[in-house]
Write a protein that binds this ligand. Structure first.
Ligand code: SF4
Ligand code: SF4
Length: 540
């Protein structure tokens, strides 16, 4: 090669020969540069880069030769060289920063327009439509390491987190968010059972064994107030969920504790909010008025299908029916309740065909403007229900998707949510307090002795550390399966209780339905000209 090069250099009077030399040199150096880009090898890249500089030096030398002998075409070659050099430098800048593709990218076809593709990133929750031409640049970057020269596209892809600096570890970012959220001390969340008693006997109730006519004693109530006082200096928000048993059986305790909480919040300028999970049987207009006065702004009531099925599954302790009473209570209280009531329609293989009937009844009773119905998956918690009746989350995800498609006026509400930590169970700032003063992390654990993480009436015990550490020290970014899972940022290892006791059911439903939701929401957003929250414009 060297001798032929020298030979050609003295023959440079002939433009065709110059072309040949030029082309051959470029071929050689381009192979090196391409290897550097595709391989992503830093040392090789630097060698390639210097070879490219050398190539330009040789080009310049050839041009000088050529200039001496022939002025007419020198302008053409000089311009071409300058242009090429600029492109190379641009590419070098991008390569210097070493961008990489995110590990959390998803790509889906866009039904409305085959010339576009949907890009979704589960770490940033970004959604974009990208046209074919720009997608080709992106694809060349991903597959061949070719730099993206379209600056706008590059910026958009960075903005959505589809590409990012090579030296950023996305798993570390996810871990950072998890730890920040888990050990955030600016709020306190308490789920409080003012009584362990319940007026219902649901067939799948996981608290069956612990339902006792126990109401929270004055002593335990004092301890609860002390606990809140102890945190009052450091928190900015106190969130309370009244739970049970059936909390409306102990409304006077809710009243007493709320008044104490409100005093503390007032004194320390703490934001207060409260909700209640009730079976709705005692939710008369009078009770609804009291709940409103007690600043209880969100209510959740469960129904289990049409009246006959519901009454079989959620009867009173004496066996009497409950469905019509719940609906008539809601009708009467709807003007009083401060905001929408979540109607959890408990669904399993035995009653899934009843969902439409429940919706029809809500509509016939003029409850559509006050009720927010959604499907809840019935689980065999604490071995209290027939496993064969329960859906696996994958099966449930199909039932739920079908329900949402048919009934949601705004399907974009089903857009995936980023999760930092899973729930109160794996957060250091949340506790479940039972009527007897026992503390838990998950409300599924209420009444299960070995799942107690503390006792307001007793000194700390070593045994309590076992469930506490099981919930608080689990890190899905270190889990062999979850750390490699593309759904991790919108799942974070799933429900901690399922992870511990029914691992095969722990994955978030999005694992099974992400593509369906993203595709249908993309169409919905485009057709309704709605931009998803926190998103920039389309990439296209
Ligand atoms: S661990 Fe699971 S069941 Fe328990 S509170 Fe959290 S999400 Fe609910
Ligand atoms: S629980 Fe399942 S879906 Fe969730 S992060 Fe782990 S493997 Fe992925």
């Amino acid at each position: 090669m060297t001798s032929s090069l020298l030979f050609h250099m003295v023959e440079v009077l002939n433009p065709a020969v110059f072309d040949n030399i030029h082309a051959e040199l470029h071929k050689l150096f381009d192979v090196v540069a391409e290897r550097a880009r595709v391989g992503g090898d830093v040392i090789f890249f630097q060698i390639g880069r210097y070879m490219i500089y050398f190539r330009y030096l040789v080009d310049i030398a050839l041009l000088i030769f050529y200039y001496i002998y022939n002025h007419t075409v020198v302008h053409y070659y000089a311009k071409e060289m300058v242009l090429e050099f600029m492109i190379w430098e641009g590419e070098a800048i991008m390569n210097d920063l070493n961008y990489k593709e995110s590990s959390y990218n998803f790509e889906f076809p866009y039904e409305d327009d085959e010339s576009k593709r949907i890009l979704y990133n589960s770490r940033t929750n970004a959604l974009a439509l990208i046209d074919k031409e720009k997608y080709t640049y992106f694809q060349n970057f991903k597959e061949r390491g070719q730099p993206i020269s379209d600056e706008k596209l590059l910026e958009d892809l960075k903005h959505g987190g589809y590409i990012l600096r090579d030296d950023i570890d996305e798993l570390e970012l996810i871990r950072f968010n998890l730890l920040q959220s888990r050990y955030n001390t600016s709020s306190l969340g308490l789920t409080i059972a003012p009584t362990s008693d319940c007026n219902f006997r649901c067939i799948y109730c996981y608290e069956k064994e612990s339902l006792k006519p126990v109401v929270m004693s004055g002593g335990v109530q004092e301890k609860v107030v002390e606990l809140v006082k102890a945190r009052a200096e450091s928190i900015m928000r106190l969130s309370v969920t009244w739970y049970g048993g059936e909390p409306l059986l102990a409304l006077d305790i809710i009243e007493n504790l709320t008044n104490k909480f409100l005093e503390i919040c007032e004194e320390h300028k703490i934001r207060y909010d409260a909700g209640i999970v009730t079976n709705g049987y005692l939710l008369t207009t009078k009770v609804a008025e009291r709940l409103k006065d007690l600043r209880i702004t969100h209510t959740q009531i469960t129904v289990d299908g049409a009246p006959e099925e519901h009454d079989k599954r959620r009867p009173l302790a004496g066996g009497q029916p409950t469905f019509h009473k719940i609906i008539s209570n809601l009708r009467a209280a709807k003007e009083i309740l401060p905001c929408k009531v979540s109607i959890r329609i408990n669904t399993d293989k035995d009653n899934a065909d009843q969902v439409d009937e429940v919706l029809k009844i809500l509509k016939e009773n003029d409850l559509n403007d006050v009720a927010y119905p959604y499907l809840g998956m019935v689980e065999n918690s604490n071995d209290c229900y027939a496993e064969s009746s329960c859906y696996h989350p994958e099966e449930f995800s199909a039932v739920e998707y079908d329900y949402r498609i048919r009934n949601s006026s705004d399907i974009s509400n089903s857009y995936p949510r980023l999760i930092a930590n899973s729930c109160g169970a794996d957060s250091n700032s949340n506790l479940v307090i039972n009527a007897d003063g026992k503390l838990y992390k998950c409300w599924n654990d209420i009444g299960v002795e070995e799942r107690t993480v503390g006792d307001l009436l007793a000194p700390a015990s070593d045994a309590a550390m076992v469930p506490l550490l099981q919930y608080l020290m689990y890190d899905p970014t270190h889990d062999s399966e979850c750390s490699k899972c593309k759904y991790l940022p919108i799942c974070m290892g799933g429900c901690p209780s399922r992870r511990l006791f029914r691992k095969d059911t722990r994955c978030n439903v999005m694992r099974y339905r992400l593509k369906d939701y993203i595709c249908v929401i993309s169409l919905y957003l485009k057709n309704n000209k709605i931009k998803p929250a926190n998103k920039d414009d389309d990439v296209a």
